[in-house]
Design a binder for this molecule. Structure first.
Ligand SMILES: Cc1ncc(COP(=O)(O)O)c(C=O)c1O
Length: 392
């Protein structure tokens, strides 16, 4: 084998989601797509808002010289300005274009932040359960992931985060609304976490708080995602349009750093360099121009909320338990048996595809992505019930 041993090993162990995707193809071929209940993929299925297509048409019809050329690595100045105004409005803080960088989605943004912050062996604390790609993103930049258990309702356990801090801790990475739990961390928890991190800063140890927020707009019942920028000086937000505009294939997002970060100019210059040298160079030009005009637009979450309620009510009625998700499009459900992998395999017998919680550092649970039509959810409920009844 000529490829790197690390990649070869990663391919071996990576992605339950991929495994379920392959299982799904095989089940769909055997039973027909309509008879398979595929909750494995977090792929937004709502159409982008109409205004996205209007602006896309407008820009794709224009033949302005240089419109598809390189621009500053951080992004078009007018787009940075528009995003800064949006972030200031949404977070209730004053952010200028100087602390915004346009990125290739949240994944690109996180890699830029981590490359800029991490020296060899530096540690990043992540709360469990979590988006497994963080393992790769942190390892990409020679960092070490340190896991902290959450509370049983998946809220932050600040004591556990504190216990995970060592002299090498460079950042705490949170994700709210959370994949896989759908939990939105409460303002009071963010405040408490910020106070704890501020204590470390007072003692000369800067620990960045990085918030991965691609689901920020996908929230229900008027819940708001608290702003880390408002609470903590050394904070960096990573966001994207993958879910809020339903355009994950277009790879567009942004980083917003708190202007109060120590040595903010150096931090920004570092991140801009990393956007370039990671090979992104800059975020896609056309998409930058489009999202710069869509600062007050996002998908209508009503269908996601209806699906959440349908699936949650159906699962509860069938005898399953889970903390009610407040955002994103996932339910993280308690496995009726300890072995979540075995239970997910059992679900396959009823043509239901889910992902074992072990794939998110949350054994004993399984994740369902409800970005599927309502009809699929409705027809799946008797199958979930049957699966529970036929469990031996
Ligand atoms: C928690 C989390 N972070 C980051 C990403 C990557 O998002 P993007 O498509 O914006 O790179 C995802 C994608 O599913 C995610 O669930």
């Amino acid at each position: 084998m000529s490829i790197a041993a690390y990649i070869s090993a990663s391919m071996e162990k990576s992605s339950w989601i991929r495994k379920m995707f392959e299982e799904g193809i095989s089940l769909k071929t055997k039973f027909g797509a309509d008879n398979v209940f595929d909750f494995s993929l977090g792929n937004p299925d709502l159409d982008p808002p109409a205004k996205f297509f209007d602006v896309l048409k407008k820009f794709s019809g224009e033949t302005v010289q240089g419109a598809h050329g390189y621009m500053p690595n951080a992004g078009y100045p007018h787009v940075l300005k528009a995003i800064a105004a949006k972030v200031s409005r949404e977070h209730g803080v004053s952010i200028s274009a100087d602390t915004i960088i346009m990125t290739c989605g949240a994944a690109g943004g996180l890699n830029v932040v981590l490359k800029t912050l991490l020296d060899h062996g530096d540690e990043v604390i992540v709360t469990k359960p979590y988006f497994m790609e963080y393992n790769f993103y942190i390892a990409n930049h020679h960092g070490v992931i340190r896991l902290a258990e959450s509370n049983p309702d998946f809220s932050l356990n600040i004591d556990n985060i504190k216990k995970a801090i060592t002299a090498k801790t460079k950042a705490v990475l949170i994700n709210s609304p959370n994949n896989p739990t759908g939990r939105v961390y409460a303002d009071q928890q963010i405040e408490e976490l910020s106070r704890m991190l501020e204590d470390y800063r007072g003692k000369g140890h800067i620990i960045y708080l990085v918030s991965d927020e691609p689901y920020k707009e996908i929230v229900y019942n008027d819940i708001e995602v608290p702003s880390i920028l408002r609470h903590y000086s050394q904070s960096i937000v990573v966001n994207s349009y993958s879910k809020s505009l339903s355009i994950p294939g277009e790879r567009i997002g942004y980083i917003a750093a708190n202007p109060s970060c120590d040595s903010i100019d150096q931090l920004m210059a570092g991140m801009i360099l990393c956007n370039r040298i990671l090979g992104y160079v800059n975020a896609p030009a056309l998409m930058q121009r489009i999202v710069g005009e869509l600062t007050d637009v996002s998908v209508d979450v009503t269908p996601y909320r209806r699906r959440r309620d349908l699936l949650a009510d159906g699962l509860k009625g069938a005898g399953y338990t889970f903390p009610m998700p407040e955002g994103a499009f996932y339910i993280f459900c308690k496995s009726p048996i300890d072995d979540d992998v075995k239970f997910v395999q059992h679900l396959l017998k009823f043509n239901i595809l889910a992902v074992p919680g072990s794939g998110f550092g949350g054994p004993g649970y399984f994740r369902m992505a409800y970005c599927v039509p309502e009809d699929v959810i409705k027809r799946s409920i008797p199958k979930f019930k049957e699966a529970l009844e036929k469990l031996d």
